[in-house]
Design a binder for this molecule. Sequence first.
Ligand code: SAM
Length: 226
Amino acid sequence: MEGMGDAGRARGMMDFHVARRKMVEDQIAARGIKDQRLLEVMLEIPRHLFVDEAMWSQAYNDHPLPIGEKQTISQPYIVALMTEALDLRPKDRVLEIGTGSGYQTAILAKLADWVYTVERIRNLAIRARKVLDRLHLYNVSLRIGDGSEGWPEHSPYDAIIVTAGAPEFPQPLVDQLADGGRMVIPVGDRYTQTLWKVTKRGKELRKEDLGGCRFVDLLGKYGWGL
Ligand code: SAM
């Protein structure tokens, strides 16, 4: 929107607000997401800022979008489904593996006390940090590295979300989950995965199948290698 006057810019922002409301109503609430706070946050976060300006007009559509480095920003509904499954409370500390654009991070930051997020691709991490700062979301610690190993220094976490497909449940992440903690993670082969919600109770893991999905690879030591 460079070169636009104030009126044009205001109209553009209004259009994004309308697009966001439609996204939340038609793609998220209509598919059964009920968490009111999550719906409010998805209405509030300007998703277009997390993609290249050339793709702003598609930012609220019902599909993932490329963010460079052969990676994607996830479909809005998948973001909502995974977030709702985490059952976040305001005091929760969350670990996110795969910062990507930072959009999912922003939603977590609005719903939890602190977000620790790990991204292996430096350029994406730097870009995500800039957008998060622009939105004044300062309750986020971001690390560049292999998230398949988790971030043990800040464990245990009340919730862990993995936004890339893993060949199996990475043991370090299971170990870093608090008692009573929830983890949402896609596990399967490199083409299709099952989205799992794992709840830890003492030594037991309760696993709930949330449906089929398709994510980019979780690379790294406890992922598909490097
Ligand atoms: N949730 C993100 C968003 O809203 O933009 C989308 C994440 S994208 C589908 C998956 C991300 O996981 C990519 O940015 C990729 O670089 C990252 N990734 C893959 N393996 C990783 C690893 N071992 N550690 C950290 N990040 C990893």
